[in-house]
Design a binder for this molecule. Structure first.
Ligand SMILES: Nc1ncnc2c1ncn2[C@@H]1O[C@H](COP(=O)(O)OP(=O)(O)OP(=O)(O)O)[C@@H](O)[C@H]1O
Ligand SMILES: [Mg+2]
Length: 346
């Protein structure tokens, strides 16, 4: 990626893509909150977009810096100095004076990511900064001031932790004036096509998905949420010369899921004693039925196509293909011979 496109992408880091009712609500809330100084606590699973929402709130007024404080990475003896800075000579190695993250956020927004990871002693110090807007760098006797908007994020149940006493309840109440819960992608699948479009525009302008790939992506649950979806697009674009992205080019997690879903549907249909083909939704059926009345196709032709597609899909694995088709392995071998589907000898 060249400098211009990097800069362009930097500017869309705060663009919230999504038209689902929940995303629309969040976008509207973001706009409202952006005009205030109200503390916001963002809750949600990993990859749901907590940082995008934080940046988007900040960008409404776009005043001062946006400083991310990754509380999970603040560990060890230098933690306090990272947060509050230090003065020269305050400890071995403090060769100069250092400004901490709290001071750099002055006049802007401090985004406390993974706030639940902050140790209790740092929680007390943070509470003091939020209350008094004052702090002391390590080794300094003088107080310094920093006034910033606070947005925090966590994927833990902070309310419960505050109840149990593993997170300071006074800090919890200070941070959670407004709570926004980001919904997992599996609960707002209608946003998937827009997100795909957004990430293709960024990572692979000349690529597009086959209908089958889109269906596979719609049926997958995305445990890593939007981040996993973005990585999936990156994976496919990086490995293919395009322009069409097929199901076989999906990351193995997504492919495995689709394969499992197909087999379980086939088994369920077979177990119910119904016609296997008719019971499988079009998204998973080896053949596509348009629903339009059309001239009937001979069953042998349908069967031949189903076998060809199953063999293609399983990359020639006859055992899995037989399972997917709901027939025994020997029957499949016989039919491969009968329909002359044997691979040509090289
Ligand atoms: N609604 C969205 N629109 C556009 N991009 C999004 C959206 N949600 C998430 N993303 C993208 O997905 C990736 C993960 O988002 P983000 O870092 O905000 O998630 P997170 O909730 O902070 O995750 P974690 O808890 O793991 O830190 C980022 O690249 C971000 O740009
Ligand atoms: Mg994050």
């Amino acid at each position: 990626m060249n400098a211009a496109t990097t800069a362009q992408w930097e500017s869309v880091k705060n663009v919230l893509v999504g038209e689902s009712p929940r995303m629309r609500q969040i976008t509207a809330l973001t706009q409202k909150l952006g005009k205030t100084q109200c503390p916001v606590l963002l809750l949600g699973e990993t990859g749901t977009g907590k940082e995008v929402v934080a940046r988007s709130i900040h960008s409404v007024r776009d005043e001062g810096p946006f400083v991310t404080i990754d509380c999970a990475s603040l560990v060890g003896p230098l933690m306090e100095s990272e947060l509050f800075g230090h003065v020269k000579g305050s400890f071995t190695g403090a060769v100069g004076t250092k400004i901490g993250l709290i001071e750099s956020a002055n006049g802007g927004t401090a985004f406390f990511d993974e706030i639940g990871e902050l140790p209790l002693d740092m929680q007390s110090k943070l509470l003091r900064v939020l209350q008094e807007k004052e702090f002391r760098p390590v080794g300094s006797l003088a107080h310094r001031r920093s006034d910033f908007r606070v947005i925090a994020a966590t994927n833990r149940d902070l309310a419960r932790e505050a109840e149990k006493g593993t997170f300071r309840s006074d800090l919890y109440y200070r941070l959670s004036v407004v709570n926004i819960r980001l919904v997992p992608l599996r609960e707002r699948k209608d946003d998937i096509p827009l997100l795909i479009e957004h990430f293709l525009a960024r990572h692979g302008r000349n690529y597009s998905l086959t209908a089958e790939t889109l269906e596979a992506m719609m049926s997958y649950d995305w445990p890593g949420n939007v981040r996993e979806l973005e990585n999936c697009i990156l994976h496919m674009v990086a490995l293919n010369s395009g322009p069409l992205l097929h199901t076989l080019e999906l990351p193995s997690m997504v492919q495995n899921h689709v394969r499992q879903q197909r087999s379980s549907l086939v088994f369920a249909a077979a177990g119910a004693g119904g016609s296997t083909m008719a019971s499988i939704p079009p998204a998973f059926a080896p053949l596509s039925f348009t629903g339009e009345p059309s001239a009937p196709v001979p069953l042998t032709q349908l069967e031949r196509r189903a076998i060809m597609e199953a063999l293609n899909y399983t990359k020639g694995d006859r055992g899995v293909a037989a399972q997917m088709l709901g027939i025994g392995r020997t029957t499949l071998y016989r039919k491969i011979k009968e329909y002359q589907l044997e691979p040509a000898a090289s």
